[in-house]
Design a binder for this molecule. Structure first.
Ligand code: TXA
Ligand code: MG
Length: 324
């Protein structure tokens, strides 16, 4: 089983241990504000290959490179003024920018899937300190078996990948709970490639223009992580449920009771107070709990579409999509 180090009780020891294992070219599960990431040195082919191996992930899927400073970011990506303004406003934080690769970038092709662009994000907290300690970008997809529900607690990682990785850094539950929002500046436009833990409206306020959604742009899916079935629990999901059927587990929102709850196997409320922020932080853990209840089906009550609701509903839709 993976060694787990407690970053809240002993941050310096956790940091040193993580940096040492990463320097050996091995993957380490690290906490970020969004979800736990499976990190490895983004400049080393064999280190990245281990990420794909551990996750069982299709190789064509490009990984986000995580940086600890603007200087490191600029060594690997070419910033236009708008992308720079977004980085200044939201980094460290749950925003990934897709940028042209810089000539000086040493991120390996295996991490970018051979694309001429690069996904860059500066995470907060101990993740940033670990990257700083390694001195190079870390590639880090979510620390789960490919296609599964993303981990927001160290225990989720241990249960899924514990036998396949050497080290898990535990910093408690992730504050945001949804993967980063991914955008790409194209001329005067900003395209939303993946809704996530940073609300679209916050980006629009800084950018002074609306984000273009994939449907509007009429484009093929550009973030391969957006493949239809993703974030899938074992149970099937029924979205926008107006009632609960016998034996189902129920995930609801805002304290809104649904008819039939008495027959539910389990009732979980993402945020009884109706906070989308709280709902986002609970989403993946509650999906796992509902799954573990043994209910073959999970009913999900109505959740608003505004703010973080966009990303929450996106993840639920993917979790409900037919499996390949
Ligand atoms: O919050 C997050 O973003 C987490 C934490 C660990 O940082 N990471 C994460 O990574 O969600 P992952 O690998 O599960 O998702 C990466 C997404 C994929 O959808 C991928 O297609 C997209 O980023 N991506 C990466 N590089 C890209 C590029 N050059 N162009 C378009 N999409 C890219
Ligand atoms: Mg993922």
């Amino acid at each position: 089983m993976a060694e787990t180090v407690d970053a809240l009780a002993a941050p310096d020891a956790a940091l040193a241990r993580a940096v040492a294992v990463l320097a050996e070219g091995l993957p380490v599960a690290i906490p970020t504000e969004t979800v736990y990431g499976l990190a490895a040195d983004a400049t080393r082919a064999e280190a990245i290959a281990r990420i794909y191996e551990v996750k069982g992930r299709p190789r064509f899927n490009p990984l986000i490179s995580h940086v600890s400073s603007m200087a490191m970011a600029e060594r690997h990506g070419v910033f236009d003024p708008l992308s720079r303004a977004l980085a200044e406003a939201f980094w460290p934080g749950p925003l990934t920018l897709v940028l042209p690769r810089a000539d000086t970038s040493t991120v390996h092709d295996l991490a970018t899937a051979g694309l001429s662009t690069l996904g860059l994000r500066m995470p907060d907290g101990i993740a940033r300190a670990i990257i700083d300690g390694v001195g190079r970008p870390l590639a880090a997809p979510s620390a789960n078996t490919s296609g599964g529900v993303s981990p927001t607690e160290a225990g989720h990682v241990a249960a899924d990948l514990g036998r396949r990785i050497p080290l898990i850094v535990d910093a408690g539950p992730c504050a945001v709970g949804l993967e980063s929002t991914i955008v790409k500046v194209e001329g005067d436009a900003i395209r939303l490639l993946r809704p996530g833990g940073l609300e679209a409206a916050a980006i629009e306020a800084v950018a002074g223009r609306p984000l273009q959604r994939p449907a509007q742009a009429g484009a093929a899916i550009e973030a391969p992580g957006m493949l239809a079935s993703h974030y899938a629990p074992d149970a099937t999901l029924r979205l926008d449920a107006e009632d609960v059927r016998p034996g189902e587990a129920l995930i609801r929102f805002g304290g809104r009771r649904l008819p039939g709850e008495a027959q539910a196997r389990l009732v979980l409320d993402l945020s009884p107070a109706g906070s989308l922020r709280e709902a986002a932080a609970h989403l993946f853990a509650y999906l796992k709990r509902a799954d573990a209840s043994g209910a073959g089906r999970i009913a999900v009550g109505p959740i608003p579409q505004d703010g973080l609701g966009e990303a929450i509903r996106d993840r639920l839709k993917r979790a409900a999509a037919p499996r390949p």
